[in-house]
Design a protein around this ligand. Structure first.
Ligand SMILES: [Zn+2]
Length: 143
C-alpha cells in the first residue's frame, strides 16, 4: 500500500504540468465560481423581499462570501488567463478578466461604500465570466 502510494507520488512529480496544452479545467472552475457568485448576489434582493431569515443571513455573510470567492478566483483566473494568453495572445480577454477582478476587489473592499458591493461585484463577475468563456473558446480554436 505504502509503496504504491509512493510510486504514484513519484509518477505525478515526474510529469510537469504542460502549460501549452489547452486545458479548460481552471477556466471551468472560474466560470463555476463566477456563476455561484452571480446566483448568490441575485438571491439577496429576492431573499430580502421575502423578508426571511435567509435574507438576513445572506446580507450578513455577503462580504465574507465575496472575499472567499475573490480569494479563490484570483489565483485560478491569474493562472488560467495567463496560460490562455500564451495560447491565443488576446489582450482583450486578459483585460476583461483583470478588469472584472479589479471591480470585484473594489466592491468587496467597500471602497465606494457598502451599497456598491453588489453592483460592482455583479459587473465584475460578469466580466470575469465572459473572459473565461473567451479564454476557453480561443483555446479550442488553436488546440
Ligand atoms: Zn455574490
Amino acid at each position: 500500500m505504502r509503496l504504491f502510494a509512493k510510486r504514484n507520488a513519484m509518477n505525478s512529480a515526474k510529469s510537469p504540468p504542460d502549460g501549452a496544452r489547452p486545458d479548460g479545467t481552471l477556466d471551468r472552475a472560474a466560470v463555476f465560481l463566477s456563476g455561484l457568485c452571480l446566483l448568490h448576489c441575485l438571491a439577496v434582493p429576492f431573499a430580502l423581499l421575502l423578508g426571511s431569515f435567509l435574507g438576513e443571513w445572506l446580507i450578513n455573510s455577503e462580504t465574507r462570501v465575496h472575499w472567499l470567492l475573490l480569494g479563490l478566483a484570483l489565483p485560478i483566473s491569474a493562472v488560467a488567463l495567463w496560460r490562455g494568453y500564451l495560447r491565443h495572445h488576446s489582450a482583450l480577454t486578459v483585460a476583461l478578466g483583470c478588469g472584472g477582478l479589479l471591480l470585484m476587489l473594489l466592491g468587496v473592499a467597500h471602497l465606494f461604500g457598502e451599497s456598491w458591493e453588489i453592483p460592482l461585484t455583479l459587473v465584475g463577475v460578469t466580466a470575469l465570466l465572459f473572459a473565461h468563456i473567451r479564454n476557453m473558446r480561443s483555446g479550442h480554436m488553436h488546440g
